[in-house]
Design a protein around this ligand. Structure first.
Ligand code: FAD
Length: 496
């Protein structure tokens, strides 16, 4: 049984005469460590009906592009492999016309016992789940598989990482002791295959099943893959990222390499642009190809951790509470505290992408400096092309365009400079969302809005008064270049 705080259901009853359970997979795109899959399996066993998993990729969202499509389709190849040996009927489905999926979901819901769908606190998956609750003819169960802390558990958001850490210290043991199953498919009772139901639902709304050959071609990520995507009405100017393949299998390999090779030095190396200190997992975490439960579990296991190692008091300190190595403590602070701080904030504040949600002190101080002379002013297009006077900033922007991410420390600098070089802070906020969500593989995530709004003071405190920034924290390229070696980084992306 999953924690009831992870379930948000509409008010329609289960249909005990239904022929199947449908799990509409939109954000937790994985076959393991997935509360929504656990719940779907419980229901399929209880009602003794086939479980159909439709992994859906929609077309009609603001930032649909070749980069996102390729990464998600690569994930579908892995999921197909992982579901193959079970009695789940797995259907990877790529929308070819806007809103096509809506009719399809309704068709699947008509004779279903229940619909299970992912709960995600932002962007398109959130809207799809809301619509599903209204559209479906049966019980719709939105399941939160996002993180260690269920979104509905705290019943409040936190204004600083410190206050959230205190909450974590007091409660995290309860949450980590009820993980999703690491191998849920073995729990599914064998039942009849759901293929006929799938065919009739697709036929009913005259929607074509996605040919496997199409998924294979796109997942190759090569020129042929991009040609295959040309039939879709999406942004073709954002290309797939070379060397970052989507999918649960790659995600697990990356996790393993990180733990073996970089976890111990994470606390030191993470901030150095020229060392690969981070886990690099954010794209896979974003698309749900890997669960933070699995990540945390692997880290704790690698350190032979047990709850006896916890060192009270539960006072929200950044390091030393878990009783782990410095690298592991620092990493858990990012993947639990910082990641989930933003998930809970987005859940509690549905308008989290609005400038008006910044803390009052930050809005006031930025407003007081709105007429300060900006040292440089750039257009959105100049920024997007990485054409500023600052080689380090341009390199960060080119890394975003090429690799779909920016090194963590430089991502902060990158954001601060946009605030400095824009006509006003509200425009800067809008431009940062546009730059990040269009080009970042891990964009459109609660973490995206944690990072972007942190630039303007959310989750931070006031510092010294400065031109343009007011009391909002300030960063310079010059001091970054003094602190860290950046020449190779700049050279690497200069000609991208
Ligand atoms: C302006 C700006 C924009 C950002 N946009 C995004 C974004 O679109 N998507 C995204 O995932 N992160 C974003 N971040 C946060 C952070 O930069 C990335 O999460 C991190 O660089 C990802 O690299 P990694 O996977 O190697 O992280 P690691 O250092 O290995 O950390 C592990 C995981 O912890 C989480 N995490 C780490 N740092 C942060 C942080 N500061 N805030 C929230 N969660 C964190 C991520 O899920 C990350 O994958 C942004 C930060 C800033 C300042």
């Amino acid at each position: 049984m999953i924690d009831v705080r992870r379930i948000d259901a509409n008010d329609k009853p289960m249909n005990p005469k239904g022929t199947h359970i449908i799990y509409w997979m939109t954000s937790a795109r994985r076959a393991r460590w997935n509360h929504a899959l656990d719940h779907s399996i419980e229901l399929a066993n209880e009602y003794n009906v086939p479980l159909i998993v439709v992994e859906c990729l929609a077309l009609g969202h603001r930032w649909a592009n070749d980069r996102i499509h390729t990464f998600v389709l690569q994930g579908m190849i892995d999921n197909r492999k992982l579901f193959e040996s079970s009695s789940v009927t797995y259907v990877p489905y790529v929308e070819t016309k806007k809103s096509q999926a809506r009719g399809l979901l309704q068709s699947f819901s008509r004779n279903a016992v229940a619909v299970v769908i992912d709960d995600f606190p932002t962007y398109m998956p959130r809207d799809v789940a809301e619509r599903a609750k209204q559209l479906a003819d049966c019980s719709v169960r939105c399941i939160d598989s996002n993180g260690i802390v269920p979104l509905r558990a705290p019943q409040r958001s936190f204004s600083t990482a410190h206050s959230f850490r205190r909450y974590i210290h007091k409660n995290v043991l309860n949450f980590i002791s009820s993980p999703p199953s690491s191998d849920p498919l073995k729990n599914l009772n064998p039942v009849a295959n759901g293929s006929e139901i799938v065919s009739s639902c697709f036929q009913e709304v005259d929607v074509p099943l996605t040919p496997l050959e199409f998924i294979w071609r796109v997942s190759e990520g090569s020129r042929e893959g991009r040609e295959a995507l040309e039939v879709l009405d999406i942004d073709h100017d954002v290309p797939p990222v070379d060397g970052r393949r989507g999918g649960s299998l790659t995600a697990r390999t990356e996790l393993k390499k990180f733990i073996e090779q970089r976890l111990d030095s994470y606390n030191v190396d993470r901030n150095h642009p020229e060392r690969r200190g981070g886990s690099g997992l954010s794209p896979w975490l974003h698309f749900g190809h890997i669960s933070s439960f699995e990540v945390v579990n692997e880290v704790l296991t690698s350190q032979n951790w047990n709850p006896m190692k916890i060192t009270p008091p539960h006072n929200g300190r950044r390091a030393g509470w878990w009783g782990l190595s410095e690298g592991a403590e620092a990493f858990l602070d990012q993947v639990i505290t910082w990641r989930e701080l933003g998930f809970i904030y987005c859940f509690e504040h549905p308008d989290h992408t609005s400038y008006d949600t910044l803390p009052e002190w930050a809005r006031t101080t930025l407003e007081e400096h709105i007429n300060d002379e900006r040292p440089y002013l750039y257009t959105f297009e100049q920024l997007e092309r990485g054409e500023t006077h600052d080689p380090l900033w341009n390199a960060a922007q080119m890394q975003l365009r090429k690799d779909g991410i920016i090194h963590n420390y430089l991502r902060m600098l990158w954001g601060k400079k946009v605030l400095e070089w824009c006509p006003d802070p509200e425009t800067a906020c809008d431009w940062l969302i546009r730059l990040n969500d269009r080009w970042a593989l891990d964009g459109r995530d609660p973490n995206s809005y944690t990072g972007i709004f942190w630039i303007f003071g959310r989750f931070d405190r006031g510092w010294f008064e400065r031109s343009v920034f007011g009391k909002v924290r300030y960063m310079t390229s010059a001091s970054t270049q003094r602190k860290f070696k950046t020449e190779d980084y700049i050279r690497k992306y200069a000609d991208s």
